[in-house]
Write a protein that binds this ligand. Sequence first.
Ligand code: ZN
Length: 168
Amino acid sequence: MPKHPSPQRVKRHQIYTVWEAADAVGTHRQTVIRWIKDKGLPADTSQRPWLIEGREFKAFLEERRTRGKCRLRPGQVFCLPCRGPKNPDGRMADFHLKTPTTGTLIGICPDCGRLMHRFIRRADLDQIRAQLDVTISKAVPRLVEPDEPNETVTLKQEPRTYGKTQRR
Ligand SMILES: [Zn+2]
């Protein structure tokens, strides 16, 4: 099993279940579950099966591979172009909540001025906020595009029926 699975095997526009994600990069299903639970891989865990967006899975693997063995301190974010851990410029960062438990910390690299991203668990946010001034913003709900037809929204607002049948 490769230590850092290749992000190239992930299709950006595909939605993966845990099983499919593990299969795509040749890793164990438990590893993917651990990535979601402990490493901040964004996934929709509000229902079964858990769903992972291809582009986020890809970004997650890219970050992991480039970062390698480098350990980040709570307030640090890895800058891909500089290939090193950085304290975000002005000690400020934005946190975008992606799922109820995970999100992305975004800061500006003090050296190259580019945006840096770090996948984190919401549970780690307190520790990070001790180091950085973090602005929290709630992202658009995942898997529902803003330009999606209104009927999807209407459907979601309907009272729950007793049948477990899912309409899509
Ligand atoms: Zn940089």
